[in-house]
Ligand binder design. Structure first.
Ligand code: ZN
Ligand code: ZN
Length: 503
């Protein structure tokens, strides 16, 4: 197996310590949902209720008093306590911890989206000299994958090699997924090329990875090759293929796969397949076709499908159809209000846009704020738009201002149109200049040596302005900058992006 080997951390202890020092990691503010393996304690509803009541530190004493029972009942209950640090103390003090309890705990964290916590626990497990098994490794890799934490992921992979862990299809798929999501598609490919490709999940991981990187022809040839190797595609394979076509604007190819899925493979399209097709048509501006397909669906279209249509209506300024889509979305979320408001702004219907924002405020709908992060020297650093909470804020803003200045000299013009709010031109510019991915990049530049590749992850879709700015910055600094947004990868190099500006 070809693996990029390098000394990631001077010692494992240094690495382990670095996770604890990770700056700006938001602690879970909400109650941590229950883990999957609660069967061992659900027999005792009282205990469960007590633990459910122990969500906040003032109840730590209560949590402590159930400590004995906790130990007796063992694993699974960990995340039920809610307050992570409290739960962790109880868990670490328990004498019944074995690989099974660790696995259920780490797996539960991954399942519930507590990726950083999962990595932290994996680290604790290794420190406690408990031998991780294939399940533990699969969970740890999945956590790194979702965080885009390449260095951590490589460390886990190296540990697997050191412990001579034999790859099975779960681990192979997890590694392919991790390297793809961490921006290293070439490593993902080399693992795929050298592994036993005997399960559809390995192919799905590879096709999905290629799709995220916009490598359409590679994804399509992987699809053909899987048939040569006698592996039948499943519904997930088609979701990846259709999404690729959608993100690249390949309408005819999308139609073709949607068709052969049913004819050649007897796979009935599910909600997700219809959603991908609506997105494909919508992005390509075929709004009527998208709407017609929604009406033909044999099942109730879900909110994702209507949102895909709404988003296309905003792009192509079709507010009549946009209003229909909004009418179908029950429980509108902040993103829907913003899309709708921006749609009205794009056709200069400022009053309607204002009404939407008024309703949104009245209902107390909070905006889902953009957040970006970068993994540097073993820690993950998060930034919100306009963030000034970092201890190195002054330096970060200085670097950012300098980068904006240099980009302007190279012809970058702030894409004020991408802020549709009815505010002054100057305010629009301020607003755009401090988007989270720009701040994250500035920090990345500040903290890394010239020429280092930078991978930024973002929770939302990247905006047009950040996109064009990143392209110019990649040229000015002669660096490869990769942004993994909610949809896909953008790899900026020498002034252009791998998405070809279609995303
Ligand atoms: Zn932006
Ligand atoms: Zn791009």
């Amino acid at each position: 197996m070809k693996v990029v080997r390098r000394n990631l951390f001077s010692s494992k202890t240094a690495f382990l310590g670095s996770l604890n020092n990770a700056a700006f990691i938001p602690q879970p503010s909400s109650i941590i949902p229950p883990a999957r393996n609660l069967h061992s304690v659900t027999d005792d509803p009282t205990l469960l209720r007590i633990l459910e009541g122990c969500k906040l530190p003032p109840n730590f004493r209560t949590a402590n008093s159930v400590h004995g029972k906790f130990i007796k009942h063992g694993y699974g209950i960990f995340v039920k306590v809610g307050e992570f640090d409290v739960a962790k103390k109880i868990f670490l003090a328990s004498s019944t911890r074995d690989v099974v309890t660790w696995n259920s705990t780490i797996g539960g964290c991954v399942k519930d989206g507590y990726f950083l916590e999962a990595i932290g626990l994996f680290k604790d497990m290794v420190k406690a000299s408990i031998e991780p098994d294939k399940f533990t490794f699969a969970s740890a890799i999945a956590a790194c994958s979702r965080l885009g934490a390449l260095n951590h992921g490589q460390w886990v992979h190296e540990l697997m090699i050191e412990k001579k862990v034999q790859l099975n299809y779960i681990l192979s798929s997890a590694l392919i997924d991790m390297y793809s999501r961490c921006g290293r598609i070439e490593i993902a490919k080399s693992i795929f090329d050298t592994t036993l490709r005997n399960d559809v999940s390995i192919w799905n991981a590879m096709i999905k990875g290629l799709a995220m990187h916009g490598l359409v022809s590679d994804a399509v040839s992987a699809f053909s090759n899987m048939q040569i190797e006698k592996i039948s595609p499943d519904p997930l394979t088609f979701i990846s293929i259709l999404t690729t076509c959608s993100h690249c604007g390949f309408v005819d190819q999308g139609r073709y796969y949607f068709d052969i899925m049913q004819k050649n493979f007897s796979i009935q399209p599910q909600l997700e397949h219809y959603g991908a097709m609506v997105d494909l048509f919508g992005r390509a501006g075929l709004l009527e076709e998208a709407y017609a397909l929604i009406q033909e669906m044999p099942m109730e279209p879900d909110v994702v499908t209507w949102r895909a249509l709404l988003s296309a209506c905003k792009t192509y300024k079709n507010h009549e159809l946009g209003e229909i889509a909004v009418g179908e979305i029950k429980n509108l979320e902040s993103g829907d209000y913003i899309l709708l408001s921006n749609m009205y702004c794009s056709v200069n219907k400022w009053d309607d846009a204002e009404t939407v924002r008024h309703v949104m405020n009245k209902k107390g709908v909070r905006k889902c704020r953009g957040r970006s992060w970068v993994e540097l020297h073993g820690s993950i650093h998060y930034f919100k738009a306009g963030d000034r909470s970092h201890p190195e804020t002054e330096a970060i803003y200085r670097v950012l201002e300098a980068l904006i200045h240099r980009a302007r000299m190279e012809g970058y013009v702030c894409a004020r149109d991408s802020v549709f709010m009815d505010i002054s031109e100057e305010e629009k510019e301020e607003n755009l200049n401090y988007h989270s991915e720009k701040l994250t990049l500035a920090y990345g530049i500040l903290k890394s040596s010239p020429g280092t590749k930078i991978l930024i992850s973002k929770n939302l879709r990247t905006c047009t302005d950040c996109h064009s700015w990143m392209k110019i910055v990649s040229k000015v600094l002669n660096r490869i900058i990769t942004v993994r947004d909610r949809m896909r990868f953008h790899s900026f190099e020498k002034g252009s992006c791998t998405c070809g500006d279609y995303w």
